[in-house]
Design a protein around this ligand. Structure first.
Ligand SMILES: Nc1nc2c(ncn2[C@@H]2O[C@H](COP(=O)(O)O[C@H]3[C@@H](O)[C@H](n4cnc5c(=O)[nH]c(N)nc54)O[C@@H]3COP(=O)(O)O)[C@@H](O)[C@H]2O)c(=O)[nH]1
Length: 897
């Protein structure tokens, strides 16, 4: 069945229409030109034909005219001779057989077309007649032609129109000549009667061919004679006037041509009409136009035929040209479509065309590039050779069922390249049907989605996995937890959640570097992964914090806890195994917090919090500890959280107060005070530092609160500076390591001193040995800067730390404070006494002041004095007290006034 012809594209159609219009116009113009030429030729020939006809008519008319003139000339000659005779012999009398009568007979005989010659006297009476004796004596005086002669002296001759006269009522022409006497008087007329039959006979002698006609008509347009002869009523005397003839007569010309239909025989003729000179006679020569133009018509017919032939041939040629043009345009279009199809076929998508049996017919370059198979390797084969083996027969069966039913299938599928690599592709298979609905081809398009798959995988990996260890991250772990909670309910089996934290990992990072830290984490992740079951979820939640979710562990809380503890211990054992990183042997321990995942009433966050608390508990109890979540612990933590929130509000609520504890000399005189922080809680009352200082430090709130303490102490110093007895007092404040390590700590102190106007040499900052465990140089540098401002430093709690004596010697210290734990045992413990003694000696050797704190008893004070310590702080002298109490206390007896 022929394929339907596709319509031309708009551009091609436009071009085709233009060319077709051009061709048709050219054809039309050529045809018109040819037609014009042919018409012109025909017209010229037609005109020539008519001209020839007219010329011939004119010539023949001339002949007839000359002949007619000859006729009347001869009859006129006869009349002339009669006139001479009458003049000579005188007018004959009626019936007289005279010589004139004889002469008349002779003349009539000699001029055979003259029917009769007669003589009429001046009275109009016929006096003689050659042939009509009976007419002699007739009175013709009333006839017009007689009267013309009688009344017009100058008229010599006259030819009359046809006259019908009695007795036979036949028409005759009369030619008359004036007769004059010798004296010139009118003597009558000589008349020649001419029968029209004479002319007819004469014309017959001239002869005419078919279609020709010759007629003689009198001045009143009555037919005299005609050739060919006519039957009645078209006999002599018949009036032949027609509007055309009458119109020509009015123009008063001698001759003219006229093309009219003859009223005599109804044939169209071209007539030449010509007056005979000096005679009232008209010669009419006609020729049948139709006959005359017979040849012309024949030629016209031939030319028209030729023209028609040319037109047909031209039309055929044009049609052929247009067909060819259309064909060429279709060819161009087809080529263009083929080019488009070929270009479209070479897309970034792999394309494969197979026949109805599934045998490959064609593949594009992209397909070859993706699969590695060239077209030659695939043509004629089944695309099954690309099967990856990852999909079962049912998958392919469903795929082809879909193609059969819906006409197409698309989806993700794994295929195999020529080199054996399996790759994911997005495949579309479409069935192609012919107009009858018969399946003819399959077209498959495919795109290699390996990269997007890999990117997807990478995104998934980044979203759900820890990049360092490859373990699940917090997000994935939470998802698993969610799922685990559902399973706990479904299977009634309990699970356990373990939080693992590497002890002192920060130190490893700080001392051995992050690379070692990373290696360690990766190593531990690997080990734990190997140890745990596949069903367990191991995740890295933070820097050195791991979590393990163990599902379906036991059927009771106790059993589950027991099993979880075993696992945790195994993990601790494994983690504590020495490992080698960069040739260094390394050994770490881990603390583990455990909570049992028992029911779905608690949320994922609850369990995470429980494990976190358990871990906190474990870490609080030292390294390598293991702790289960305890609800009491949870309460403590909650309290801690509440406290933390209240602490955040304390500064804004102006709940902080600075208490002062006196420091005295050996005589009990106050030499200075230590500012000690107190929290005046609206509900709890006065809260001691032991409760909140650790929390302030862990939340770093110690920085703003410490600033407040410094500010309050300096304000007090500034106030006392102008009060006698108070001006010499120094104020010591505790500065936590966190606070001291602030980058702008020195600036802060300086600006507070400046702002408050406190004497800097009366400000004593108490620092502890822990400040010098890390960043000692920085601490020393800051101390030196502040020393330059006059600020003094005391080393608090001396003896509890492990400071290197050599290092302490390099610090710009002014005072050592012996920790109260040693002071209070100085009497009872020789060891403590020895420590205090050596501390005093050390201070003396370094030229440092020494203050013993926690002095509660006189014997302690006495011992200290005995061993060289002359400054004291303790309940023996006074507890930390509010400013007004202190001032009262001082005024009472303790000022060094
Ligand atoms: N960083 C800051 N730390 C501060 C600040 N204020 C206080 N603290 C630190 O809190 C700890 C507890 O202080 P506090 O409860 O005020 O106890 C002090 C004294 O009351 C106590 N003391 C003094 N004499 C005796 C005594 O005879 N017996 C006894 N049982 N206790 C006594 O000692 C504490 C002073 O110690 P110290 O600071 O080491 O001199 C304490 O460690 C403070 O450092 C603060 O503003 N910032």
């Amino acid at each position: 069945m022929p394929q339907p012809v596709a319509p031309l594209t708009s551009d091609l159609a436009k071009k085709y229409r233009q060319q077709r219009r051009g061709a048709l116009t050219l054809y039309g113009v050529a045809l018109l030109l040819l037609l014009s030429i042919f018409a012109w030729i025909l017209y010229e020939q037609y005109r020539q034909e008519l001209q020839t006809l007219e010329t011939r008519n004119a010539a023949r008319a001339d002949v007839v005219v000359e002949w007619a003139k000859g006729v009347f000339a001869q009859s006129g000659q006869a009349l002339f001779s009669v006139a001479e005779l009458v003049q000579l012999q005188g007018m004959p009398t009626e019936g007289e057989s005279s010589a004139i009568q004889q002469a008349l007979r002779n003349r009539t005989r000699s001029v055979d077309w003259v029917d009769d010659i007669g003589v009429i006297d001046a009275e109009g009476i016929v006096q003689a007649s050659a042939r009509s004796a009976d007419s002699i004596g007739r009175d013709l005086s009333s006839s017009s032609f007689f009267q013309k002669f009688r009344d017009q002296d100058d008229r010599t001759e006259l030819v009359t129109p046809l006259y019908s006269t009695a007795p036979d009522e036949r028409y005759y022409l009369y030619q008359a000549r004036r007769l004059t006497r010798d004296n010139g008087e009118f003597d009558g007329i000589a008349v020649a009667r001419i029968s029209p039959a004479v002319f007819e006979r004469a014309l017959q002698r001239l002869g005419v061919s078919n279609g020709e006609s010759i007629a003689l008509v009198d001045g009143e347009l009555k037919l005299i004679a005609r050739l060919p002869s006519l039957e009645d009523p078209f006999t002599a005397g018949w009036q032949v006037d027609s509007p055309e003839t009458l119109a020509m007569l009015e123009r008063d010309v001698d001759k003219w041509s006229l093309r009219v239909t003859s009223p005599l025989d109804q044939r169209e003729r071209l007539f030449q009409m010509q007056w005979i000179e000096e005679l009232p006679l008209l010669v009419v020569v006609g020729e049948d136009v139709h006959l005359q133009l017979a040849n012309w018509r024949q030629r016209a017919g031939i030319l028209a035929g030729v023209m028609l032939l040319i037109a047909i041939l031209g039309a055929w040629g044009v049609r052929h040209y247009l067909n060819r043009l259309r064909f060429e345009h279709r060819l161009h279009q087809s080529e263009a479509e083929l080019r488009i199809s070929a270009t479209a076929f070479q897309t970034h998508l792999g394309m494969l065309i197979a026949d109805a049996n599934g045998h490959v017919l064609k593949v594009n370059n992209t397909f070859t590039r993706i699969t590695g198979y060239s077209e030659a390797e695939l043509v004629g084969k089944s695309p099954r050779m690309l099967n990856s083996g990852r999909h079962d027969a049912a998958f392919y069966r469903k795929l082809w069922q879909r193609v059969q039913v819906a006409g197409s299938w698309e989806g993700e599928i794994w295929s195999r390249r020529k080199n054996g690599d399996v790759f994911p592709e997005w495949l579309t298979i479409s069935a192609v049907y012919d107009p009858q609905g018969t399946l003819t081809h399959y077209v498959a398009t495919m795109s290699d989605i390996s990269e997007s798959k890999a990117a997807e995988q990478e995104i998934h990996q980044l979203a759900f996995y820890d990049p360092l260890t490859g373990l699940a991250n917090r997000r994935l772990f939470m998802d698993r937890m969610e799922a685990a909670l559902k399973d706990v309910n479904r299977h009634s089996r309990w699970g356990a959640l373990l939080f693992i934290d590497i002890d002192n990992f920060k130190q490893i990072n700080d001392t051995l570097g992050h690379y070692v830290g990373d290696q360690l984490l990766q190593h531990l992740a690997r080990l734990m992964g190997q140890m745990l079951r596949e069903t367990d979820t191991l995740a890295r939640l933070g820097s050195d914090e791991f979590a393990v979710l163990i599902e379906g562990l036991g059927k009771s809380r106790e059993h589950t806890a027991e099993l979880a503890e075993n696992i945790a211990q195994k993990l601790q054992d494994m983690i504590s195994q020495p490992m080698t990183v960069r040739d260094d042997s390394l050994s770490v321990t881990a603390s583990i917090g455990i909570t049992v995942v028992s029911d779905h009433t608690s949320t994922v966050d609850d369990y995470l919090q429980q494990a976190d608390m358990a871990l906190f508990q474990a870490k609080s109890s030292g390294r390598c500890a293991l702790s289960f979540f305890d609800p009491t612990m949870q309460a403590e933590l909650l309290a801690r959280v509440r406290l933390e929130n209240e602490l955040r509000q304390a500064l804004a609520n102006e709940e902080w107060q600075l208490y002062f504890q006196p420091q005295v000399d050996q005589d009990g005189r106050c030499i200075g005070v230590e500012g000690l922080l107190r929290w005046q809680h609206p509900e709890r009352g006065l809260v001691m530092p032991g409760v909140f200082i650790p929390l302030l430090e862990s939340t770093e709130l110690i920085n703003p609160v410490g600033d407040w303490v410094l500010e309050a102490a300096c304000q007090q110093l500034a106030q006392w500076a102008h009060q006698p007895g108070f001006a010499e007092l120094s104020v010591a404040v505790n500065v936590s390591p966190l606070q001291f390590r602030q980058v702008d700590f020195v600036n802060k102190v300086e600006s507070i001193l400046q702002r408050t106007g406190a004497p800097s040499h009366k400000l004593k900052l108490e620092v502890t040995e822990s400040l010098f465990v890390e960043e000692r140089d920085d601490a020393r540098e800051k101390m030196l800067q502040l020393k330059q401002q006059g600020v003094r430093f005391a080393l608090d709690d001396y003896g509890t730390g492990y400071s290197s004596l050599a290092y302490l010697a390099h610090l710009p210290l002014d005072q050592l404070k012996i920790d109260q734990s040693f002071v209070q045992q100085v009497i009872d413990s020789k060891a403590n006494a020895a420590i205090v003694e050596s501390t005093i000696a050390l201070a003396q050797s370094l030229s440092l002041e020494i203050v013993a704190e926690g002095v509660e008893r006189d014997d302690q004070q006495a011992w200290l004095l005995a061993h060289g310590c002359r400054a004291y702080q303790g309940f023996l002298y006074g507890k930390a007290m509010p400013l007004n109490v202190l001032e009262m206390w001082l005024r009472h007896e303790h000022l060094a006034l």
